[in-house]
Design a protein around this ligand. Structure first.
Ligand SMILES: NC(=O)c1ccc[n+]([C@@H]2O[C@H](COP(=O)([O-])OP(=O)(O)OC[C@H]3O[C@@H](n4cnc5c(N)ncnc54)[C@H](OP(=O)(O)O)[C@@H]3O)[C@@H](O)[C@H]2O)c1
Length: 301
């Protein structure tokens, strides 16, 4: 990228990752932050392709960062068309527009592109086999984005939580207050990832591109971007409970004891080595990061 003060079009700025991106990207660029309802000034509905064309033409971005998606994994099973539109077609349109405007396209995907049968952390090139509609439509989105001429980077992340939006940490904090006992699935293993870490890493990547240290055209592809380490949902809940100072009896259960419309991978830890090799980024351990997020949560509640 050649401009010293780049323009970023951020989509989905009211989601967990998008909200953190607004803050992390603000120091790097002139950010036009859009959300579905326009709460930050600019409303943009990804289901309206004409509006998307218009927004890109108006902003003339150097970077398009797409944090919007249909992330409701269980609902997606019955909302197939909506999932395809938001998770596949909209990213493909944004990537095409990025190519036309010579902008870099940054997009996010998920650990749910894998079936969870691996015995080691998944690498970017490992075979994909999504178990549900969410994972399948996100995977198709990745492929469609990478088919375009855009200098596109797709960051696959996992088990996202944070101080803004709906997530496991916030649900647990509410349930600890409401219940004496809670059963949590202990046989799904993944890496809880703070939305702020995803935003900070994205800002670092853009900073490196902007400085000319790295060239987006040469770096097109998929990257894994999660906190390091691994745990189960039960292990995650236990750590939240301990940090919260609440009291609640936590019981580990098996996946079959908590049936959901969508199947989830039993093991979906992602290997971040490529991110480290290409961008020299080291992702901190999930538990140290959770501690900082919980401190923020306490200070604002
Ligand atoms: N959440 C996770 O655990 C997780 C795990 C792995 C990967 N990811 C990926 O990480 C990325 C960010 O996820 P997140 O957790 O930040 O998601 P999120 O909190 O659910 O935010 C998604 C945002 O997309 C917006 N959106 C929905 N429909 C839209 C539309 N028609 N037009 C414009 N915006 C629309 C939503 O707006 P409303 O809230 O107003 O509907 C919401 O603000 C996504 O690509 C997701 O697939 C997430």
């Amino acid at each position: 990228m050649s401009t010293s003060h780049p323009k970023i079009l951020l989509i989905g700025c009211d989601g967990q990752v998008g909200w953190e991106l607004q803050r992390s990207l603000a120091v790097l660029a002139d950010v036009t932050a859009t959300s579905l309802c326009g709460s930050y000034g600019y409303a943009l509905d990804l289901l309206n392709p004409d509006a998307v064309d218009k927004a890109v033409a108006e902003v003339g971005p150097d970077y398009i960062v797409n944090a919007a998606a249909h992330t409701a994994v269980d609902k997606a099973e019955s909302e197939i068309e909506l999932s395809e539109k938001l998770n596949t077609e909209a990213p493909a349109q944004l990537a095409r527009l990025a190519a036309e405007h010579n902008a870099v396209f940054i997009h996010y995907s998920t650990d749910f592109v894998f079936d969870g049968e691996s015995e080691r952390p998944y690498r970017e090139e490992d075979p994909t086999a999504p178990l549900g509609v969410y994972g399948a439509t996100k995977l198709e989105g990745e492929l469609r984005v990478l088919e375009t001429e855009a200098a596109a980077m797709v960051f696959r992340t996992s088990w996202v939580y944070g101080n803004h939006g709906h997530n496991f940490m916030k649900t647990m904090l509410r349930l600890f207050r409401e219940r004496d006992e809670l059963k949590v699935v202990d046989d799904q293993i993944g890496a809880p990832t703070w939305s702020r870490m995803i935003a900070e890493a994205t800002a670092q990547v853009i900073g490196q591109l902007q400085s000319g240290a790295k060239h987006a055209e040469e770096l097109k592809g998929v990257y894994h971007l999660t906190n390091s380490g691994e745990t189960s949902w039960y292990g995650f809940a236990r750590e939240i409970l301990e940090l919260s100072g609440e009291s609640c009896s936590l019981l580990p259960i098996a996946t079959h004891e908590y049936p959901t419309p969508a199947r989830r991978p039993a093991y979906s830890v992602l290997d971040n080595s490529k991110l480290n090799q290409v961008f020299s980024l080291t992702m901190p351990d999930w538990s140290s990061t959770l501690k900082r997020c919980m401190e923020d949560e306490k200070s604002t509640s």
